[in-house]
Design a binder for this molecule. Structure first.
Ligand code: MV4
Length: 454
């Protein structure tokens, strides 16, 4: 096992990794910016090193300083958390070249899945269903339009270097295709420094269902069922749950087997998520693969009883997976993401001092957070301040538990998304499980109509 693990992240995920290391008996080092001196991850770690000013570019993304911190403290592994350097293949490469184990997949695996065209091709070759689309990136607008006509409108134009919904365009006919293709190209170039685009048939009214996977260094992969992440706003997830109300055990086995085929085909090492669109007719299609531990991983932990972060560390150290095939989702779990944002003001970030902080508790209620009374939410990073994850025997009961937990969560001093999350949990379509990726758009449209009528 590792001598010492350095955590190259902040916030709740840094604390989550510290807890896993404690259970494994591994001392931790954290790096932090000048803005995070009073953060709990700094206070709870065995060692902490300040690596730079608040801007992530100069601290949490500063590779030379992170490697230096690992070398100075004798850390032999780095856990990247999510975001920041978690899916940066150069960082994974530099770690390995410095004789530090990157707790995650190989640089090559990160690179393949980061290139959305290569990811599609890899999955399709492994027999995973993909959305009908172009096999390669297409540079020329005429060739792209011809490909779109072949596929059939409407189509989605996507950036090969994209992901997470950035730089996508829907073209509904050939007449608007050239203009949208041009816009997507400029946008992709500006956002990713790579203007390669590809085309897929547009799949409407689908759910976002993702499969949690993990692989070890002995070429074994397993899946831990799905999470339904259809409740999203501008590609930011707000609520996630497992099992999906739209997935039964047969479909779970089929989607899970497909995901495992995909990762075993590349001998994938580490935790990952295979994202699918699930159509109303029950067909599922590969979208993207995330090669990191995700924000919503506790949903799977609570529904299955396995500790994904401990497992990540163990497989990185070369141990075989301790998770069997055929893991079941025993309980229903729901995660609500609490952001320091003002839902009445277009979800504008609301940094500042937290005057009161009383998290909920009790059976089946887990709160992952780095926040405490008097903590100052800095304006420099994303605005996630807590995750409430509830577990119960049925979906109805889990919704009720989530609702009560949010009622008892007291946060004063900053605006939070709690009031908005309660409205979603109370919504009849959410209660009945009738949700897709447009749920929040519809909720907003109805609210605006109601306001206009009233
Ligand atoms: C799609 C799609 C429909 N058809 N691809 C959004 C994020 C990125 N992972 C891919 N995304 C989508 N790709 C085809 N061919 C719809 C989406 C999409 C979406 C996917 C999951 C969750 C929320 C979404 C919201 C809008 C669009």
């Amino acid at each position: 096992m590792f001598e010492r693990v350095l955590i190259a992240n902040r916030g709740e995920i840094a604390l989550r990794v510290i807890r896993a290391c404690r259970e494994l008996g591994i001392p931790t080092v954290v790096v932090h910016s000048e803005a995070d001196r009073d953060s709990l991850h700094v206070l709870f770690s065995d060692e902490a090193i300040c690596i730079g000013p608040p801007a992530a570019q100069h601290s949490y993304l500063n590779i030379p300083r992170i490697i230096a911190a690992a070398e100075i403290t004798g850390a032999d592994a780095i856990h990247p958390g999510y975001g920041f350097l978690a899916e940066n293949p150069e960082f994974a490469e530099i770690c390995e070249r410095s004789n530090i184990t990157f707790i995650g997949p190989t640089a090559e695996q990160i690179r393949t899945m980061g290139d959305k065209v290569a990811a599609r091709r890899t999955m399709a070759a492994a027999g995973v269903p993909v959305i009908p689309g172009s096999e390669n990136a297409i540079a020329d607008v005429r060739a792209a339009r011809e490909a779109a006509e072949e596929i059939g409108f409407p189509v989605m134009i996507k950036a090969a270097a994209g992901g997470g919904g950035k730089g996508m365009r829907i073209a509904r006919s050939a007449s608007e295709f050239d203009r949208l293709f041009g816009m997507a190209k400029v946008e992709a170039d500006a956002a990713f420094g790579n203007d390669a685009l590809y085309i897929e048939k547009l799949l409407e009214d689908a759910r976002h269902v993702e499969i949690q996977v993990i692989g070890d260094r002995h070429s074994r992969g397993v899946h831990l069922g799905e999470r339904d992440c259809s409740i999203q706003r501008r590609h930011q997830k707000l609520i996630e749950e497992a099992p999906s109300p739209a997935v039964d055990s047969q479909l779970r086995a089929r989607m899970g087997d497909a995901a495992v085929r995909g990762i075993e085909a590349i001998s994938y090492v580490g935790a990952g998520t295979v994202e699918f669109l699930l159509a109303r007719d029950g067909q599922f299609y590969f979208l993207e693969m995330n090669t990191r531990i995700q924000v919503e991983h506790p949903v799977t932990e609570e529904a299955t009883g396995y500790d994904l972060v401990k497992e990540q560390i163990a497989v990185a150290a070369g141990e075989p997976l301790s998770i069997p095939d055929g893991v079941e989702l025993r309980d229903h779990a729901i995660e609500c993401r609490i952001n320091a944002e003002d839902p009445d003001n277009d979800f504008r970030p609301s940094p500042g001092r937290i005057e009161t902080f009383h998290p909920p508790g009790g059976p089946g209620v887990r709160v992952d957070t780095h926040v405490y009374d008097g903590y100052i939410v800095p304006p420099f990073y994303d605005s996630l301040i807590a995750k409430v994850i509830v577990r119960a025997g049925t979906r109805d009961w889990a919704i009720e538990r989530a609702r009560l937990a949010l009622d008892m969560f007291v946060i004063e001093g900053v605006h939070t998304t709690i009031p908005f999350l309660k409205k979603v949990l109370d919504h009849p379509d959410f209660r009945s499980g009738d949700i897709d990726t447009h749920f929040l758009d519809r909720m907003r449209a109805r609210r605006l109509e109601g306001a206009a009528a009233g």
